[in-house]
Structure formats: C-alpha cells, structure tokens
Design a protein around this ligand. Structure first.
Ligand SMILES: Nc1ncnc2c1ncn2[C@@H]1O[C@H](COP(=O)(O)OP(=O)(O)O)[C@@H](O)[C@H]1O
Ligand SMILES: [Mg+2]
Length: 294
C-alpha cells in the first residue's frame, strides 16, 4: 500500500537519482531508511526498487533484456564487513574470487560487472549488519567508499536504527553520513485528528486486502483505536494481527472480523508489551475520551 512513508521515500529517491545522474562521480549521494523492526522499511525499499526497474526498462527500451539489471537488492548477513559484502556480491554475480585477491581487485571486478549490467540503484537491506570490525575501520570505510564511488549507482540502505550502527560511526560513518539523507520510519501515532484519520485509513486499507465472505467493508473503522492499542501503530503488527484474525475466521467459517475476534487474536511480543504499557496509561478517563474520538 502507498503510505506517507512510501510516498516520501519515493520522492526522495527520485530526487537523489536525478541529482546523482547529473553530478560528477565524487559527490554521489546515498539514502538510508531507518526505524524499528516491522515499520515497513524492506517493503518500501522493494517497492522503490520495483518502480525504478520498470521505469528504467521502459525509458531505455530494454523491457525484456536479461543482460540489464537496473536494480540490485541485497540482504546484508550478520557481522558483514564491507570486504565480505563485496565478496558476497562477487559470489552472487558468479565471479571467481582467487584466494589471494585484494579487496580492491575484487571491488574493481564487481564494479565492472555491475556497470555492464547497467545497475543504477543498489539496495542494501539489513544494513545494520554492516560492521567495520573495529580494528580495520579505515580500511572498511575505504572499501565501501570505493565500491560506492566507482559504481555509477545510487545506494539505498535500509536497516534498524542505522544512526546507531557502525555504518554511521567511526571512519566509515564520517565518510558515509555526510552524503546520506536519512528517512526515519516511525510508528503511526494518534494524537491529532489528522493522525487518527491516517491510522484509520491504514486499517481500512489492510481490511480491504482480507478475503472474507461475510465481513462488512469498513466495519473495522470503529476498532481503529483499539487496533492502535494492540499494535503500537506498527504497520507490520497491524497486518499480522488482521491476517491471523482473518485466518481464524476462515478456519471456523464465520468469515468476518469483529471485536471479539480481535481480542482473541494474539500479537507479537513487542506489541503485547506496548498494549500492557498503554492500557496502564489509559486509566484516566480524560485520556479514554480522547482515544475514542474519531
Ligand atoms: N506499505 C505497505 N503496505 C502494505 N503492507 C506493508 C507495508 N509496509 C509494511 N507492510 C507489512 O508490514 C510487514 C513488515 O514490513 P517490513 O517491510 O518487513 O518491515 P521492516 O523491514 O521495517 O522490518 C510486512 O510483512 C508487510 O506485510
Ligand atoms: Mg526489513
């Protein structure tokens, strides 16, 4: 679904891509999408990748060209140094990496192939797993910088609380963060009328995806505040609870979701913690009134 986050990030990506295409090799900018787990970072990054891929294929008339790969999407495994990352790229591209090959040589090789493939957007997901290994911080930084600078591509990093990770710390951070625009993905909040409406829209958007025979459309609108309490405003937790509720309703044949069904459906532990915390805070009657207002 298109959300405020996907829209903002898509807009920023278009600007960054255009700017990188227009400027010289040394000043290339990157993008980062950061936030807690389940906020929709990967989903947004994949959506942006998909759109860029389609747009590039159309623009260059290479719709079915298999030797063209405008977008590269890679998930960074735990404790990955930039050097290991480059090696992983080499493996993925099917390039033989001799034992004695220097990081620089492997990088050159990988960059060469990605150039041939016409890659212009590189998405590194789970980028919080990138580490400098402390000792080799400067070397790690230059490896990543070399990779990003030599490749004529825009980098989009997605990961959990990126500003607190190695990517933004030490030598690597110094070189990276000066050129990076960070988009923070936060949970939905329901403080103002506009915020409550945005959350309710999201609930109805997810409801619309549920294949339930006896469910009255938009009937979840009245439960939007309750669903916020249960999920802490996380889009991932919302989709999960509604998917599980829908599966339950299909299994027992009722084919609809009501309040009782929602109460009987479990959420992940982070949401449960939020719910406990929140229902404790919600005791004063004044706050309860505010909560119910649409
Ligand atoms: N824009 C969106 N539209 C629909 N569902 C979404 C959207 N963003 C996230 N989700 C749902 O939330 C879940 C978690 O999203 P994900 O992108 O994996 O989060 P993150 O990468 O931040 O941990 C996904 O499985 C998906 O079902
Ligand atoms: Mg993710």
């Amino acid at each position: 679904m298109e959300t405020a986050d996907t829209e903002a990030l898509a807009r920023q990506t278009r600007i960054t891509l255009a700017r990188n295409a227009a400027t010289t090799a040394t000043a290339r900018r990157g993008l980062a999408v950061s936030g807690a787990a389940g906020m929709g970072k990967s989903t947004a990054a994949l959506l942006i990748g998909k759109r860029h891929e389609k747009a590039e294929r159309r623009r260059l008339g290479r719709a079915d060209d298999r030797s063209f790969a405008p977008v590269v999407y890679a998930v960074v495994p735990p404790a990955t140094t930039p050097k290991i990352l480059i090696q992983a790229f080499a493996n993925w591209l099917g390039l033989p990496v001799p034992q004695r090959a220097t990081a620089q040589a492997v990088t050159e090789h990988v960059v060469g192939v990605l150039r041939t493939l016409g890659s212009s957007l590189v998405i590194l997901d789970e980028a919080h797993n990138l580490t400098t290994n402390r000792l080799a911080g400067a070397e790690a930084a230059s490896t990543l910088k070399q990779f990003a600078d030599r490749l004529d591509a825009t980098f989009l990093y997605a990961g959990i609380d990126l500003p607190a990770t190695d990517l933004f710390a030490g030598e690597m951070g110094r070189q990276i963060k000066a050129r990076m625009i960070v988009h923070q993905m936060r949970p939905y909040v329901i403080g103002t009328k506009a915020e409550r409406e945005a959350w309710a829209d999201l609930v109805l958007g997810v409801e619309d995806l549920l294949p339930l025979a006896a469910h009255a459309p938009e009937s979840l609108a009245e439960h939007a505040p309750y669903l916020w309490d249960r999920t802490g405003g996380s889009i991932g937790a919302l989709r999960a609870i509604l998917a599980d509720a829908a599966i339950g309703a299909i299994i027992d044949g009722t084919e609809k979701i009501d309040r009782r069904r929602l109460e009987a459906t479990a959420t992940d532990y982070a949401s449960e913690e939020h719910h406990l915390e929140h229902s404790r805070q919600e005791q004063p009657p004044r706050r309860r009134g505010l909560k119910r207002a649409q």
